[in-house]
Design a protein around this ligand. Structure first.
Ligand SMILES: NC(=O)c1ccc[n+]([C@@H]2O[C@H](COP(=O)([O-])OP(=O)(O)OC[C@H]3O[C@@H](n4cnc5c(N)ncnc54)[C@H](OP(=O)(O)O)[C@@H]3O)[C@@H](O)[C@H]2O)c1
Length: 285
């Protein structure tokens, strides 16, 4: 199946291109800009994909509070147009969303399933929720995959992720204060890419959760990274309030991925295994 990936030079796009077994064209922002949708459609017409995968997104969670229009344009309006375009041509559309569509229930302590009512606590979460609803409504051959805290290599230079940030900070700091009251499951892009490619080769369209298995706080993740790299930097737990980010994050946003594993008969590896494999990969680059 001829596949085109938008946002193809980002973290997830890079992993999807690496694992795609068939004809795949990964487009960067430079040659396929979602904010210039008419030019983008002309480009897509010339490529005639059978599957269109959208990895492009506005991912600046804090900045979205100040510029919600930009977040909604990228995360909601553009995916809606792409989904309509795919529907009118019988093309399969694949789109990614986030655990940040949840978070409004302060007492939650069991993983969220696809049928649970979303309740975002940030403008970013609202924009991604609007996007996933638009896509599912516009294109019946669509997959919307919610994931969490991605990390992985990317073709686009200078892309950051939490683990990279921790390693960078550890070069100069003996102690760090890290948020310890947000429980979720950050996910290795290569693990996500493998299950995504399996899922989209089935006709089981719809909404899915896909993260590594288990759960952690950001402080726990930092400690594991320092342990695996034999770094002496100490991660001290703090609250989200103490950290003081502009946008609120969910206190609990672990996703139940059993629908995905029942559909493709594969479960994602544990988060500990994923972090270790990512660090080994990052070391060999
Ligand atoms: N990253 C996370 O922690 C996370 C968590 C949950 C869900 N997700 C979702 O997973 C998907 C993939 O995320 P990711 O981590 O791969 O993100 P990423 O590494 O930031 O990649 C996104 C790509 O989109 C491109 N892009 C930005 N604006 C664009 C535009 N106007 N037109 C075309 N391309 C544009 C970026 O280009 P440049 O390289 O030029 O910036 C980048 O290559 C997204 O839907 C995201 O919302 C991500």
């Amino acid at each position: 199946m001829k596949t085109v990936i938008l946002g193809g030079y980002g973290q997830l796009g890079t992993a999807l291109e690496k694992f795609s077994p068939e004809t795949v064209v990964a487009l960067s922002r430079k040659n396929a800009d979602l904010t210039n949708i008419d030019q983008l459609f002309a480009k897509l017409e010339s490529l005639s994909p059978e599957v269109l995968i959208n990895c492009a997104a506005y991912n600046l969670v804090d900045q979205a509070e100040a510029e919600p229009d930009a977040a909604f344009a990228m995360n909601s309006d553009a995916p809606a147009r792409l989904a309509e375009w795919c529907e009118s041509r019988g093309i399969i559309f694949v789109h990614f969303s986030t655990d940040y569509v949840f978070g409004g229930d302060p007492n939650r302590d069991v993983p969220y399933r696809e049928e649970d009512a979303p309740l975002p606590v940030s403008r970013y979460g609202e924009s991604k929720l609007a996007g996933e609803r638009n896509v599912l409504a516009a294109c019946h051959q669509s997959f919307v995959i919610r994931t969490c805290g991605l990390y992985g290599p990317s073709r686009s230079p200078g892309k950051g992720n939490f683990i990279k940030t921790m390693l960078k900070l550890a070069e100069t700091r003996d102690e760090l204060k890290i948020v310890d009251d947000q429980r979720c499951t950050p996910t290795f892009t290569e693990d996500l890419a493998e299950v995504t490619l399996k899922l989209i080769s089935t006709p089981a369209f719809g909404l899915y959760h896909a993260t590594n298995s288990g759960s952690m706080t950001w402080c726990e993740l930092a400690k594991e990274v320092f342990r695996l790299r034999n770094l002496s930097t100490v991660a001290h737990p703090i609250t989200s309030e103490q950290y003081g980010a502009v946008a609120q994050r969910p206190a609990y946003s672990v996703l139940d991925c059993s629908k995905l594993s029942e559909t493709i008969q594969v479960s994602l590896p544990t988060w500990q295994s994923a972090v270790e494999r990512y660090l080994n990969l990052a070391e060999s680059e």
